[in-house]
Ligand binder design. Structure first.
Ligand SMILES: NC(=O)c1ccc[n+]([C@@H]2O[C@H](COP(=O)([O-])OP(=O)(O)OC[C@H]3O[C@@H](n4cnc5c(N)ncnc54)[C@H](O)[C@@H]3O)[C@@H](O)[C@H]2O)c1
Length: 454
């Protein structure tokens, strides 16, 4: 299919928006590349305003950072669920080959299910760049509406039904070395993006947040609940009718990265409070691991791996001599720290649930901003995590026991109650499954090297 067709019709040209003469249409902008396909077949199983409008015009979910680790798995799940997807990624921490894997897996799913392959458009683009505006414009129609006083006016109507924003820098260590780069990409970029989305009337937004926003709260050793970190005061009435007001608080955010996520959430909570048209969900991921069981899609960053499981695979494949274990004296069952590992496909499915929650206003009793934990709700020690990957790889990992690191906490586990209750989401996969899927990806990647990073 000629993808230019998807831009034709009633989309706005830059001149109709009164842009400067220097601006170009997205079709001619050299910064934008476009890719995608549309296979004929049975209609999609899902149509909740995300797939097409009442006239049958395709609607899209915009995934920013959609070729990264979590973004690629979420894009795949969106396609499997029948969403048309626009991916924006500047490939600063990913490779374009990921797009081929996503398409292959989605097409395979659709063929098996007898459903039509949704549209996939890819734009290699920094989401902070000027071209982002042209992109949004190219998915916008000008429509006549009648306001409350009976006046006719022209308004923007976007074919983008929702946005999932993954694009960010995420290394704790690098954020300490280069805080400005982190604030620029993770915070300033977000503000500019929100301004542009607002302009084009796209106000359905999902934000990648992190358990790191709980900061020192994790030290309390209890499962972390969403109201352990609030941005605005929240009132609660218990079963006896006692009223309590919890004030917003952030304690012990350990590094610039954590602060970028906290600031991002705060900005979003303020935006939602300012205009009821916004529907914003912040998903606080705990420790996403694993990958699609096909072994075709996984975590393949350009930067250095820092999370436990990717580092473990490097030890198992000889890229690192040993695994540093930070602390053996935590008050946990084996003395090593406890974390909440969650399969990345469960995280991906959490986004689909959040889109559904956003679409249903009756579920939103707390205003336009809501945070949800995406964790398994189960703690796994570092040693148990090591054993899980050893079992999958049938090899042993050499350990280097070192002291605790500054800022580390002993136990960090999610309460999943809110996500269960309000999103109808619960994790399906075990830590053993995470380890076996990850090892499958690593083995496949090793077999294909050096072609993998071409
Ligand atoms: N992986 C985790 O353990 C974890 C945990 C909690 C939260 N998060 C958050 O989830 C999100 C996704 O994480 P991930 O692990 O998939 O990271 P990732 O680095 O694999 O993916 C991020 C993607 O965004 C792209 N990107 C970055 N800056 C961009 C920009 N300015 N314009 C366009 N594209 C850009 C990168 O190229 C990459 O493909 C991030 O916001 C991260 O902070 C991740």
């Amino acid at each position: 299919m000629n993808m230019e067709r998807s831009y034709s019709g009633s989309s706005l040209s830059s001149s109709s928006l009164g842009d400067s003469p220097a601006s170009t249409s997205p079709l001619t902008s050299p910064e934008l590349s476009d890719d995608g396909f549309d296979l004929d077949g049975a209609p999609s199983p899902l149509d909740e305003g995300y797939v097409s409008d009442s006239t049958g015009t395709p609607r899209f979910t915009l995934v920013i950072g959609g070729l990264g680790y979590i973004g690629s798995h979420t894009t795949l799940e969106l396609l499997r669920a029948g969403h048309n997807v626009i991916i924006v990624d500047n490939l600063s921490n990913s490779y374009q080959t990921v797009l081929d894997s996503i398409k292959t897996l989605a097409a395979k799913h659709c063929k098996a299910a007898g459903t039509r392959m949704p549209l996939v458009h890819f734009h290699k683009l920094d989401y902070r760049s000027r071209s982002m505006r042209f992109l949004l414009e190219s998915y916008t129609d000008l429509v006549m509406t009648i306001d409350a006083s009976g006046e006719q006016r022209m308004t923007y109507q976007s074919r983008i039904a929702g946005v999932i924003h993954f694009a960010a820098y995420k290394s704790v260590g690098n954020s300490i070395k280069e805080p400005l780069a982190y604030y620029q990409n993770n915070v300033c970029g977000l503000v500019t993006l929100l301004e542009q989305l607002d302009k084009y009337n796209i106000r359905n937004f999902i934000f990648s947040s992190s358990a790191t926003v709980y900061g020192a709260k994790a030290n309390e050793g209890k499962p972390l609940r969403e109201d352990d970190l609030l941005h605005h005061a929240e009132e609660r009435v218990d079963a006896e009718g006692n009223r309590t007001v919890t004030q917003p608080s952030a304690v012990g955010l350990s590094c610039p990265y954590a602060r970028t996520k906290y600031f991002g959430e705060s900005i979003l909570a303020d935006v939602a409070a300012s205009d009821p048209a916004w529907r914003i969900v912040a998903l606080r991921y705990f420790n996403p691991v694993g990958c699609d069981p096909s072994g075709l899609l996984g975590e393949n960053p350009r930067g250095e791996a820092t999370n436990l499981y990717p580092v473990l695979t490097q030890v198992l494949t000889g890229m690192r001599p040993k695994l540093d274990v930070f602390g053996s004296d935590w008050s946990t069952r084996d003395g090593t720290a406890v974390r909440d590992f969650i399969h990345v496909l469960d995280v991906a499915r959490g986004h689909i649930s959040a889109l559904g929650w956003n679409a249903d206003r009756s579920l939103r009793d707390e205003g336009g901003f809501r945070a949800f934990n995406l964790g398994s709700g189960t703690g796994t020690t570092v040693l148990e995590a090591v054993r899980s990957l050893e079992a999958a790889a049938k090899r042993t990992v050499s350990l280097n026991w070192t002291g605790r690191r500054d800022g580390d906490v002993g136990v960090c586990v999610a309460s999943t109650e809110r996500a269960n209750k309000e999103l109808g989401w619960s994790p399906r996969e075990s830590v053993a499954q995470c380890a076996s899927d990850l090892w499958n990806f690593v083995e496949r990647t090793l077999r294909l090297q050096p072609a993998v990073k071409a």
